[in-house]
Design a protein around this ligand. Structure first.
Ligand SMILES: Cc1cc2nc3c(=O)[nH]c(=O)nc-3n(C[C@H](O)[C@H](O)[C@H](O)COP(=O)(O)O)c2cc1C
Length: 396
């Protein structure tokens, strides 16, 4: 058995030994990835990227997935929030991800909530965050993505998007849109639309995020009467019919979810992303946050990772049953292994995303996860992911 250097050495050192501040570590990692991205043309970087690919990624045609008109090299993507400003856009497939979601980005650049705002709950393999959409704004992301595209395709139109046709094996890029904190809720439509307008040629799919617990009032926009004008406004601007998805919270009742699904179908959404982080604090081993000394139950923020796993799978199953599998679902919440991804897929997810699991399991986890997923497909006699989607829910 190969020694897992990350889990055996690096993680204990960073998390427990040095007690590194989670936000500092995240920032440092992204800076490193950003500089790797900047120098992607150099011989040294090409070599390094090859090595990263060898250690972190895994390709097999059985894992290819096709969903809302896009081709995915594998069904496991990087969830929103890790690379809010697209610092490492174009690099995520090196780490094994079949797609990556940039953002959440808002129309106005914003600093987010005061620090500390990102916490590890190590015993629970969980993360608590109340970042509050810290990001450089939609226009900065647009400029960043144009630059990445130009680097990847020198000589092509500077403003043209790296379309799937140009890069058949590429991992699709999603862009997750949120509402600026300073924009009142009754002007949410204009805020989302302004971001979409400047970004709409630069993403393969788009996500409307109305489910973060860290922007006051945001989750109220999940109500049908608030949601409809936002989605309708975006679809009017969406002349090229880019897939538009909605990301929902895990803390909704079945009735709320059913109402959202109806709106999604009426507005011809490409799918639902289930789920964002939870405000639930039950069944945690961690009682107090070391960084603040406060009870976890008293700390604001959204919880992700292992404690969210089961609930997000339930939401996926509910949506799949409610729609008889007709609306694609991107399953996210607590995925850290092939078995976790399998549970989400067989509950009804056509694609899966993760964030916290990558932090806990380390950069080589995607290779293990994808290999495990391919093995599971083979064991079950399935030739592709699509054959497994929703199979744990019985026939409809
Ligand atoms: C630090 C942090 C920041 C996040 N920021 C965003 C965000 O900006 N937009 C969003 O839609 N989701 C955000 N998320 C939620 C994740 O995309 C994902 O839905 C959630 O963490 C559950 O997945 P996981 O258990 O694999 O982490 C964030 C999660 C974390 C841990």
């Amino acid at each position: 058995v190969a020694v897992d250097i990350y889990k055996g050495l690096v993680r204990p050192l960073l998390f427990s030994g040095l007690k590194t501040d989670p936000e500092w570590l995240h920032k440092t990692t992204l800076q490193w990835l950003g500089s790797l991205n900047e120098q992607r043309g150099s011989a040294a970087m090409t070599l390094l990227r090859k090595q990263i690919q060898q250690r972190c990624s895994y390709a097999e045609s059985r894992l290819n997935q096709s969903c809302f008109g896009l081709q995915f090299p594998n069904p496991v993507g990087l969830a929103a929030g890790f690379d809010k400003d697209g610092a490492a856009a174009g690099l995520w497939s090196d780490f094994g991800f079949g797609f990556a979601e940039m953002g959440t980005v808002t129309w106005h650049a914003q600093a987010g909530n005061p620090q500390p705002r990102l916490f590890r709950l190590i015993e629970d393999e969980a993360v608590l965050n109340r970042m509050g959409f810290n990001n450089l704004g939609a226009q900065a992301l647009a400029a960043r993505l144009r630059k990445v595209n130009a680097q990847a395709h020198p000589g092509s139109e500077p403003s043209s998007q790296v379309s799937q046709a140009q890069t058949a094996s590429a991992a699709p890029l999603g862009i997750n849109l949120g509402k600026s904190k300073i924009t009142p809720l009754d002007q949410a439509v204009e805020d989302y639309c302004a971001s979409f307008e400047v970004l709409k040629d630069l993403g393969d799919y788009f996500v409307v995020n109305v489910s973060s617990p860290n922007t006051p009032g945001l989750r109220q926009l999940q109500a049908a009467e608030q949601l409809t004008p936002i989605l309708a406004g975006l679809q009017t601007l969406n002349t090229e019919r880019r897939p538009l998805l909605l990301k929902i919270a895990p803390d909704l009742s079945d009735a709320d979810i059913a109402a959202i699904v109806e709106v999604a179908l009426a507005q011809k959404l490409a799918g639902i992303i289930a789920t964002n982080t939870t405000i639930d604090r039950s069944n945690l081993k961690t009682q107090r946050l070391v960084a603040t000394g406060n009870l976890v139950a008293d700390e604001a923020g959204g919880l992700s990772g292992a404690p969210l796993r089961q609930r997000s799978t339930e939401v996926i199953r509910f949506i799949h049953r409610e729609t008889q599998g007709k609306l694609p679902i991107v399953g996210v919440g607590g995925v850290a292994s092939a078995a976790d991804a399998w549970d989400k897929i067989t509950a009804g997810a056509s694609l899966v995303q993760l964030y916290s699991g990558w932090v806990y399991e380390g950069p080589e986890m995607m290779r293990h996860l994808l290999k495990g997923l391919a093995e599971r497909l083979a064991q079950e006699g399935f030739s592709g992911i699509d054959e497994a989607v929703g199979t744990a829910n019985g026939s409809h």
